[in-house]
Structure formats: structure tokens, C-alpha cells
Ligand binder design. Structure first.
Ligand SMILES: [Ca+2]
Ligand SMILES: [Ca+2]
Length: 221
């Protein structure tokens, strides 16, 4: 009886341990890895950039990847509106309320907004995408998997940014600059894109002035 009781106790402890582990493992897996922004920046390859051969049409964009009738541009408008959008049956977004993070302008008419690629398509080309196939460039140009890749902003501020990187252009709304460089670094890290040395220095200075924040490590694309 004593032996049987000991066996039962060991089995009970064993089962309890398995249950505890089963509960712990998914919790740990669900926690996103974090790192200092400066650490992610340090993991980017520093090299010169090459514009040769770039054409915007090499990045098919505003596709409807999930086939719900709303293309990527409209998906971003719907996701970023502060109120439920008004839209037609063919997913034309006609009204909503958006806060353009780069310049602090609130807009209700979506025709006044552009969807900005945080890392512009030309900058992506220069820093590695020229070696990608079309499928990967399409995935980059329509990346809805992280919130940092695409932003609804005023057409005017998007045009002032153009193809420029943070060594050349920063958002006029200074309160957004810390988040801006973190988003830039996260997108480049996610897609394995390089930085040029002037860009790296500008990012590094901005990250330092922001206190080198701890950020989520984005999933690799
Ligand atoms: Ca869609
Ligand atoms: Ca650059």
C-alpha cells in the first residue's frame, strides 16, 4: 500500500507539473520579444544605396490580399479612422476621421489623405528590394501585418516626404519623431533592408535623444 501510495503521489506531481508547463508555455510564446531601438538599428547592414533600375510599378501596391473587396489603401483608412468609416458597397471609403501623425492635421475627407509607405518604395529599392522578386516587393508594398508600415497622412505632408529617409526628412510634428524613427527602424529590420551611413547616423542621434526606447522586435518578413 505504501508503494502504491508513493506511486500515486509521484503520478499526481507529474501530471500537475505537465499541466503547469502547459499553462506557462503558451503565455511565454505570446509575449513579443523586445529590444532597445538602438539594438535593432545596430543589426541593420550599413551600405551605400543604389537607385539604378527603380520604377514604382515594380512594387504592385493596393492589392486586395484577403479578397474582402477592400484594397490595402482602404484597409488602412478603415483601420486608422478614429470613428467608423462610411463606405460604399464596393469599399470606397467616403468619410471618417483621421489624425495625420506626421503633421497633426485631422481630416474627415479621405480624398485629402495619402497612404504613406513608412519606408518609401524607392528607398526600399535602394536598400535591398532591387534584389527581391515581384512577390516579395508586392508583400512589402501591402504590408498590413505590422502597424508601422503604412500610415494615412495628409497628401501634402506625404508629398513633402517623398522618397526621403530620416537623414533628409523628418515629420514636421516634432512630438512624433521618436515614434517615427522607431517605425522606420522596425520596417527596415522586418524586411532585412540596409541603411546608408547618413541615415544610420540620423537614426542613431534621434534614438539617443528619445532615450533609446524598448520596442517590440517585429516579425521577420
Ligand atoms: Ca482586403
Ligand atoms: Ca537611405
Amino acid at each position: 500500500m505504501k508503494t502504491l501510495g508513493g506511486t500515486t503521489t509521484r503520478i499526481t506531481i507529474g501530471v500537475t507539473l505537465i499541466l503547469v508547463l502547459a499553462l506557462l508555455v503558451p503565455v511565454q510564446a505570446a509575449q513579443a520579444a523586445t529590444a532597445r531601438a538602438g539594438t535593432l538599428l545596430g543589426q541593420l547592414t550599413v551600405t551605400t544605396e543604389v537607385r539604378t533600375g527603380y520604377d514604382r510599378s515594380l512594387f504592385p501596391h493596393w492589392i486586395d490580399a484577403d479578397g474582402n473587396g477592400c484594397d490595402t489603401r482602404r484597409e488602412v483608412l478603415i483601420a486608422e479612422s478614429q470613428v467608423a468609416v462610411t463606405r460604399t458597397g464596393t469599399c470606397t471609403v467616403t468619410a471618417g476621421r483621421w489624425y495625420s501623425l506626421y503633421d497633426g492635421v485631422t481630416a474627415t475627407d479621405p480624398t485629402t489623405l495619402d497612404i504613406d509607405h513608412m519606408v518609401p518604395l524607392a528607398e526600399a529599392w535602394d536598400s535591398g528590394a532591387r534584389q527581391w522578386d515581384t512577390a516579395r516587393r508586392r508583400a512589402f508594398a501591402n504590408d498590413l501585418a505590422i502597424p508601422d508600415a503604412l500610415f494615412a497622412v495628409t497628401a501634402s505632408v506625404n508629398r513633402s516626404k517623398g522618397d526621403q529617409d530620416p537623414a533628409q526628412w523628418m515629420p514636421p510634428r516634432s512630438a512624433y519623431r521618436c515614434d517615427y524613427v522607431v517605425a522606420w527602424i522596425r520596417v527596415k529590420h522586418r524586411w532585412g533592408l540596409s541603411v546608408d551611413s547618413a541615415e544610420r547616423n540620423a537614426l542613431s542621434q534621434q534614438v539617443d535623444s528619445c532615450g533609446d526606447p524598448v520596442v517590440e522586435v517585429p516579425p521577420r518578413a
